[in-house]
Design a protein around this ligand. Structure first.
Ligand code: NAG
Ligand code: NAG
Ligand code: NAG
Length: 601
């Protein structure tokens, strides 16, 4: 099983270019320019440890070192123009990539590498809080790294030694921008998250808004309110905050930077309040600019609206060079190159390029329908589960094995399936549990209930949307596949690039502002909604139905399984649930791949 990774000679030549050795080269594409305004923002969210970039995807192959270079150049350009630029991050920096998950302890390299970026406003996501360990690391590492730039408007930390409950960071921040002295009051929220470990306390947003400090903060009269939040734009929380701020300030502009839903999106609250979300997994660098926040004479007319624009930048060097006007030699800064090299060393010492096997074809999460031969969920249900869901003493017992689709977080690309891939695809620590000998009549109803009977779980305080992909949990405007739409827009500036006959498939975002947000003009990717859960039938009789089955499921979905069974007429409690076998889904999947997808690529 020892096949060493791809970090060999040929890759070294690419070091000067920056991005990780072996990363796919970016492909030239028609681009839309960035608008600069009086005040400009660069935004990342839900990076989930992808600081090495997407080595197999040319469109997202730049790394955190390139980001450090990019923000450096953009800050410099803002200074030269006498305008301002703020860099924002809205949480979920951890979990979901080997660079974070593969080290012991987790994040051994990640925290230091992340902190190389100079970020002006930063907040916490739910993934920083699932484990007491990562909440502690936020408190002990990231908050001190970012000091006054870290904001925790509705999050407290419980100090283990004393049991004292303290704000995870300051509640809000009032400051002036460097070049124009634009006065800003900034907040940093997390949505009403309840799945956190017991060393933090998330205060519901609506309650927080009643607090004296918040009421005082919104009575400040800044030029602009900036609300950073680990919040989906279409969730209730931002709307609630918007309403509270507007009650006190009917004319002050507000900008929101959100995330959590893993989509590119912009929402307009009113003509002076916009919210932007900048995707996931370091595929996207968000860009927002705003003009008319503060007039030179300091007399902002209360009736005039600021003008506002946004772009979703694909994280690759072609685009970063394009937007900075720099090239292979002039773009990478010393600092950026050092970060790139640190990532390379970290990936090497974690052996992230270690190959478990070679994927014979690409399997999609949401670009293929379920069921279909290109669906990752069909592969799991039809090929992987029948092999891995087994135990010696019950191997002939018919069983149903259920997993939620949200447990899988990335596509599998044809080619090397590495240690890195396993963490990207299945970052969670879920293991297998079961209830033995469940009457089949009841057990067989569970899958349909999980997939289409959200209502029956609501009375148990359970939301079935949590079971599926973050990308489809909230009603957001998702671009509908438009087959072969000709892209011919007069404003399109093609700098040194001939339009390729076929565009690269990628984001074609539609948001409240329009359909011209993406910096790269792409061919539309199809998006198919996936079921909440998928199921395999294993060791079933050739004919007829089994009398009883073992109902096997990932531990994550146990809270839904018990009420589903009850609704189907079978009374069980958590006490009836046992471990089915040792090992996490991630571990078992990697084992399956090394047995079934043998060989070099
Ligand atoms: C972080 O943890 C280390 C080791 O336990 C400790 O020495 C240090 O004081 C902590 N720092 C903060 C800011 O809590
Ligand atoms: C938090 O949970 C841990 C592990 O379950 C437990 O040991 C600890 O006592 C709990 N702490 C509090 C403050 O409830
Ligand atoms: C990059 O830009 C610099 C400065 O404009 C120029 O001198 C150099 O030749 C360019 N390098 C490449 C590889 O295009």
């Amino acid at each position: 099983m020892i096949i060493r990774g791809a970090l060999t000679g040929a890759a070294l030549a690419s070091l000067a270019r920056a991005s990780q050795p072996g990363a796919a080269k970016p492909i030239a594409a028609p681009m839309r320019d960035l608008n600069w305004g009086q005040l400009n923002f660069i935004h990342t969210t839900d990076t989930h440890g992808w600081l090495g970039g997407h080595l197999q995807e040319p469109q997202y192959s730049a790394d955190w070192g390139d980001y450090v270079s990019f923000t450096h150049h953009m800050r410099k350009q803002a200074d030269d123009k006498g305008i301002d630029l703020l860099v924002i991050d809205s949480g979920d920096r951890v979990e979901g990539n080997g660079l974070y998950d593969a080290s012991h302890p987790k994040g051994l390299f990640q925290y230091g590498i992340y902190a190389e970026a100079d970020v002006d406003i930063i907040c916490t996501g739910n993934h920083e809080l699932y484990q007491a360990y990562s909440a502690y690391c936020e408190h002990n590492i990231t908050v001190p790294n970012y000091k006054e730039n870290y904001i925790a408007s509705n999050l407290d930390y419980i100090e283990p030694e004393t049991g004292d409950r303290v704000p995870q960071a300051q509640r809000y921040r009032k400051f002036k921008t460097k070049n124009q002295g634009i006065e800003i009051v900034a907040f940093g929220f997390i949505f009403d998250f309840t799945g956190n470990a017991n060393n933090t306390v998330v205060q519901p947003v609506a309650e927080t808004l009643e607090e004296a400090w918040f009421q005082e903060a919104i009575r400040e009269k800044p030029d602009l309110f900036v609300v950073v939040g680990h919040v989906g734009l279409r969730m209730e929380e931002f709307k609630t905050i918007f309403t509270a701020i507007r009650k006190q300030n009917w004319h002050i502009p507000i900008v929101f930077f959100g995330g959590h839903a893993h989509v590119r999106d912009t929402r307009k609250f009113d003509s002076k309040a916009f919210a932007m979300a900048s995707g996931r997994y370091f595929e996207t660098i968000g860009w927002m600019s705003i003009d008319g926040v503060k007039s030179a004479s300091d007399e902002v007319e209360a009736t005039s609206s600021p003008s506002f624009s946004r772009r979703y930048i694909d994280t690759n060097l072609f685009g970063l060079h394009y937007h900075t006007g720099l090239n292979d030699t002039t773009f990478p800064t010393k600092h950026g190159k050092r970060v790139t090299e640190t990532i390379t060393r970290a990936r090497k010492s974690l052996d992230l390029d270690y190959q478990f096997g070679c994927a014979p074809k690409t399997l999609w999460m949401s670009r293929a329908q379920y069921p279909s031969k290109d669906s990752i969920f069909t592969w799991i249900a039809d090929e992987v589960f029948p092999d891995i869901v087994t135990r010696k003493d019950r191997k002939d017992k018919p069983r149903l094995a259920i997993t939620n689709t949200g447990g899988i977080r990335f596509d599998i690309f044809k080619g090397p399936f590495t240690r890195d891939t396993t963490y990207a695809i299945s970052p969670f620590l879920s293991g297998f549990r079961y209830i033995p000998d469940v009457p089949y009549k009841a057990a067989s109803k569970v899958i349909d209930l999980l997939n289409s009977a959200g209502k029956i779980f609501e009375e148990h305080g359970l939301d079935t949307r949590i079971l599926t992909l973050p990308e489809q949990r909230f009603p957001v405007p998702i671009a509908v596949a438009d087959e072969t739409e000709e892209v011919e827009e007069p404003w399109l500036e093609l700098r040194d690039v001939k339009k390729e006959p076929s565009l690269i498939a990628g984001y074609t975002t539609k948001d409240d502002v329009g359909d011209d947000g993406d910096d790269t003009i792409h061919e539309t990717i199809k998006f198919y909604n996936q079921p909440n859960c998928v199921q395999s039938e294993i060791a079933f009789p050739e004919d007829g139905e089994p009398e009883t089955v073992d109902l096997v499921f990932l531990d994550f979905i146990q809270p839904w399984i018990i009420p589903a069974l009850k609704f189907a007429g079978a009374d069980y409690t958590d006490d009836d649930v046992e471990e089915y076998m040792e090992g996490t889904l991630t571990y078992k999947m990697a084992e399956w791949i090394s047995k079934n997808w043998k060989g070099e690529c």
